[in-house]
Ligand binder design. Structure first.
Ligand code: ADP
Length: 459
């Protein structure tokens, strides 16, 4: 039978996904750390540079005696520059003169302006000519001149740049470590999941992650159900084969006697009757099996469900009594119905079959002179039907099992009266299909009552 195949998607490697995710996190962390370290480094050095500039400027100012010469031999750390600027902006001294613009007027420099105004001025700017960033610290001297110390950030960065290969190597090492750890963790995370496939029957007992519990539960109950179904199917096949073999063996035996002429002429009609009876039994059995398998298949294929229509159980009960009176009379049993209206929605054929099976049992497991009563009606808004007899009854320990396939309390009695062992299994199936409940009450020697109660009709 063609099955709808769900859309397939190629599974991805879980370990790889985890590994990649972890690796990305690792790399991103390393990158952010490196950037953060750079920013901190820069800030710390800038601060230090500013203090250093202020210290030098103050030391130089202390030496200043009003002449530019007094500043000539101030010791400057590498990369630092000292400039003396007159109150008018003229450069009076420059420890590292700017060759491109020697002695340019400095009155417009922000740090100089600020120093002239407030005594102290700082600035950081990119020099248009040299293209590097420079920190400035300017100090107003008592005579109105301005002393300015300056340092290129390039000088700051050289220290950092010297550390750069080390930093890069550190980052690479951390990244490599992240890759190894990611590989290791991914393996450790995935291994228990892979191992699950090895013990699917007890999967729920050792699920490694809580997220997998629902999946494990489904798998385990699915497998249990499947094993049970398989068991039922196997038993059913064995039972069916056995049930069919017995009548076939006797048919074959009698037919052989007839064929070889070993039967005496006066026995021929009796043998013929037996062959007929056994064949009838087989037909009943096969048709019961067919009916059961059809009911079974309804469970998986709701679209094949029989037509459900409103009907009155009372009418069905009266029809059943009419159809079975002859059978009852043959068994010296009286059959009657107290049929009050009992409207249900259901399959007429299946419910007729259900009633017939129950009546048939009530007649067959009865005694001469016994009676069978059919009741229909409603109780608490629910329609019901009940078949009561005062026959042989069912022992308490068997009452639960009589609905199983091929279960019989007394096998020879069942067979002698044409039973297949499937009647009540069919009844149970039909009731289930209608959402109805079955209750069986019985006492050995006193009789049996089977009641089928239907669900409340929707308002
Ligand atoms: P069978 O074809 O053997 O009657 P059923 O499935 O109809 O199979 O019933 C299973 C068994 O339940 C019967 O073999 C019989 O032992 C018992 N049983 C069913 N109905 C009655 C009843 N009304 N009174 C006593 N025993 C019953």
């Amino acid at each position: 039978m063609p099955r709808e195949t769900p859309q397939q998607n190629t599974p991805q490697s879980m370990a790889r996904r985890i590994r990649q995710g972890l690796l990305w996190v690792g790399l991103l962390s390393v990158l952010l750390t490196a950037l953060g370290a750079g920013a901190l480094f820069y800030r710390a050095f800038s601060l230090r540079a500013e203090t250093a500039l202020a210290d030098i400027a103050r030391a130089a100012a202390a030496r200043y005696d009003g002449s530019a010469d007094s500043l000539r031999d101030v010791l400057l750390p590498g990369g630092m520059r000292l400039t003396l600027i007159g109150g008018d902006g003229a450069v009076l001294l420059d420890s590292a003169p700017d060759e491109a613009r020697p002695r340019e007027n400095h009155a417009d420099r922000p740090e100089v302006l600020a120093a002239l105004q407030n005594g102290v001025g700082t600035a950081t700017r990119r020099s248009a000519t040299v293209g590097v960033e420079t920190h400035y610290y300017a100090l107003r001297l008592p005579d109105g001149c301005v002393l300015r110390a300056a340092q290129d950030t390039a000088a700051l960065w050289t220290a950092y740049n010297r550390m750069l290969p080390l930093l890069a190597a550190g980052c690479a090492a951390v990244a490599a470590l992240a890759a190894v750890l990611a590989w290791f963790f991914a393996r450790r995370l995935v291994a228990p999941v892979t191992a699950l496939a090895g013990h699917l029957d007890t999967i729920e007992a050792d699920v490694p992650y809580t997220e997998l519990v629902p999946l494990a539960r489904t798998i385990q109950s699915d497998r249990r159900l499947r094993a049970e179904n398989e068991q039922i199917r196997r038993e059913f096949t064995a039972n069916v084969s056995h049930e069919l073999k017995t009548p076939l063996t006797s048919i074959s035996g009698y037919a052989e006697l007839l064929e070889t002429g070993m039967a005496r002429p006066e026995d021929v009609p009796a043998f013929g009757r037996r062959i007929h009876r056994e064949a009838q039994r087989m037909i009943r059995l096969v048709s019961d099996i067919l009916q059961l398998s059809e009911l079974d298949s309804l469970r998986d294929k709701p679209e094949r469900a029989p037509e459900m229509a409103p009907l009155d159980l009372a009418e069905l009960a009266r029809d059943t009594v009419a159809a079975m009176t002859v059978n009852a009379r043959k068994a010296y049993v009286t059959l009657s119905a107290t049929a009050l209206p009992a409207p249900v929605t259901g399959s007429r054929d299946l419910l007729a079959e259900l009633l017939q099976n129950l009546c048939d049992n009530a007649i067959r497991y009865n005694r001469p002179g016994g009676h069978v009563l059919l009741y229909t009606g409603t109780a608490e808004g629910r329609a019901f039907l009940r078949v009561e007899d005062n026959g042989i009854g069912i022992p308490p320990e068997a009452q639960d099992r009589v609905f199983e396939r091929f279960y019989r309390v007394d096998k020879s009695r069942s067979k002698a009266t044409g039973g297949t062992g499937l009647g009540l299994a069919i009844v149970k199936h039909i009731a289930l299909l209608h959402g109805a409940d079955i209750t069986l009450t019985s006492a050995p020697g006193a009789g049996t009552a089977v009641q089928v109660t239907f669900p409340k009709a929707p308002a």
